[in-house]
Design a protein around this ligand. Structure first.
Ligand code: CFM
Ligand code: HCA
Length: 528
């Protein structure tokens, strides 16, 4: 059956014209091009989030030693707080503010008469109670609409309290979705934090981990493995991250990029300014973890480091081999669909393969074409809604701090051998016959599930209940349904255990979706 045609057949001409380019079947030997990073059609039930979610919720929120104030009504602050599960421990200074939700709690009078007074008051209270060295301000939709000048308030706060105060105009409606917010946040970090922490050199084998937000403790598991091998982690952007660490990021000798979507341009800017090379890694799934660790060792080109890497890989693999083999006996031959933000739908496919599960559909809420098709397409990507709204920083070489770790010859060699400064995108690794869908909506979630019948649908908070009520197991990959970490060697075992528990739960035999019940059995609310 032609699944794509079947789904598009339900749409009117306008929606058909838009959606046809966002749905793709992977066919052997064919070039795959997808439409991405375009605005959702009004009226479509998109699963996407907003610009503020990308800026505050994802990038700025996890930074533990800064007080981040949401300027806006309380709901935005709340939803970008506890549900994110970005864990942090206090650093040496004892500061960890991320368990707090700081918001100006804007009310109707503030919308009418302006909210800047409330913002000043919030800063004053935060200073009196918490004494932070850094305050971040993130604005929500009404702030942009009424025109509160958060940047002026931030500048005043710097003078008055002698702190660093950075404001982000990340109103929810800016750009296409979360990825616009990543960009606004990262521009702020680039301009105001990176490079401000002094130039004391880091160790030779020093790394920054970019695009790792420590959801459910993922970053801690990655850090554990890297530290076992002997690396110094200068900073993590931004899971369990701190202004103190990020301000020294320019002293590391390699940038690792986990989530390409949210941060690839920071890696490029740091290359231009400081000469730091970057490497796309993946710490989800056994093969990618081992491959990434070996690539990092090859970058540094040190015999002992390579040996130690092999020792750690062998020990870690041996420790989980029994569990992984058992879970595989339970999961072999199952199929999965994945629909998440902008990177995990790719990263989890190899972990699924480790467990014998193949992918039938994968998609992103807001990734760009390069995340799907690889960085080679970047020059072809047309101006998008993001690029009109969001500042493109033009970074120049920092003459004082620029250090090239590799000579030209090694650089070219590593480009060829370990894919230095490249990313081939998700489609590259997808099986023939599988589907790639950008900005999957609620209707398509149900239709694809009916037509492809995956055993597991990896989704988000908003879409998982429709799937589960319909009898398909759904694990959400954003915050792992209170479980995790799923990264690293230890995370692979937790992931396998969660899937086996989910699929073999006796509950599935007891569920009849409400829409399959007669009107009377469903309480008189549903048609038979
Ligand atoms: Fe990167 Fe993320 Fe993701 Fe993302 Fe997100 Fe996220 Fe996600 Mo939710 S930065 S793109 S904007 S890996 S919050 S930690 S889980 S949608 S796939
Ligand atoms: C966001 C954050 C989110 C939401 C998850 C969801 C997360 O972009 O708003 O609602 O399914 O990971 O917490 O992606």
């Amino acid at each position: 059956m032609d699944v794509k045609a079947e789904i598009l057949g339900h749409y009117n001409a306008k929606v058909f014209k838009n959606r046809k380019d966002h749905i793709l079947k992977i066919e052997e030997g064919e070039e795959a091009e997808i439409s991405a990073n375009t605005r959702a059609i009004p009226g479509i039930m998109t699963n996407r989030g907003c610009c503020y979610a990308g800026c505050k919720g994802v990038v700025i929120g996890p930074i533990r030693d800064a007080v981040t104030i949401t300027h806006g009504p309380i709901g935005c602050g709340f939803y970008s707080w506890g549900t994110r599960r970005n864990k942090a421990r206090p650093g040496e200074d004892g500061k960890n503010f991320i368990q707090y939700c700081f918001s100006t709690d804007m009310q109707e009078p503030d919308i009418v008469f302006g909210g800047d007074k409330k913002l000043r008051q919030a800063i004053k209270e935060a200073m009196e109670i918490f004494h932070p060295k850094t305050i971040f301000i993130c604005s929500t939709c009404p702030v942009g609409l009424i025109g509160d000048d958060i940047h002026a308030v931030a500048a005043e706060a710097e003078k008055e309290y002698g702190i660093s105060c950075t404001s982000f105009s990340c109103e929810g409606y800016k750009g296409v979705s979360q990825s616009a917010g990543h960009h606004i946040a990262n521009n702020g970090l680039m301009k105001r934090v990176i490079g401000t922490g002094g130039d004391a050199p880091s160790a030779k084998f020093s790394l920054n981990l970019l695009g790792e937000y420590n959801i459910g403790g993922d970053g801690w598991e990655v850090e554990r493995i890297l530290k076992r091998i002997g690396y110094e982690i200068v900073s993590i952007f931004t899971g369990d991250g701190s202004v103190a660490d990020i301000s020294r990021a320019h002293t590391a000798n390699l940038n690792l990029v986990q989530c390409h979507r949210s941060i690839n341009y920071v890696a490029e800017m740091m290359k231009t300014a400081y000469g730091i090379n970057w490497l796309k890694v993946n710490f989800i799934g056994i093969d990618p973890i081992c491959g990434s660790l070996r690539d990092i060792a090859r970058y540094f080109g040190d015999e002992k480091l390579a040996q130690r890497t092999e020792e750690v890989i062998a020990e870690e693999k041996a420790a989980i081999a029994g569990d992984m083999a058992f879970f595989k006996t339970r999961l072999d031959g199952k199929t999965a669909a994945l629909f998440v933000g902008g990177s995990r739908s790719h990263h989890y496919q190899s972990l699924l393969r480790d467990l014998g599960v193949s992918t039938v559909l994968a998609g992103y809420e807001f990734a760009h074409r390069d995340d799907y098709e690889g960085r080679d397409v970047i020059p072809e990507i047309k101006e998008d809604a993001d690029s009109k709204n969001i500042e493109e920083l033009h970074v120049e070489k920092d003459e004082k701090r620029y250090r090239a770790f590799l000579n030209a010859e090694r650089y070219e060699e590593l480009k060829r051998t370990i894919g230095l400064e490249d990313y081939k995108g998700m489609i590259h690794d997808m099986p023939d016959g599988s589907y790639v869908v950008d900005d999957l909506n609620h209707f398509e979630t149900e239709a694809f599930t009916r037509l492809l019948n995956p055993d597991i649908f990896f989704s988000g908070v908003k879409d998982k209940y429709v799937l589960q009520k319909g009898g398909t197991l759904s694990r959400q990959l954003h915050s792992y349904d209170y479980s995790g970490p799923y990264a690293g060697f230890k995370g692979a075992v937790i992931f396998g255990r969660d899937l086996v528990m989910g699929l073999y739960a006796p509950a599935w035999g007891m569920v009849t979706p409400p829409w399959k019940l007669t009107r009377a059995a469903a309480g008189g609310t549903t048609d038979a």
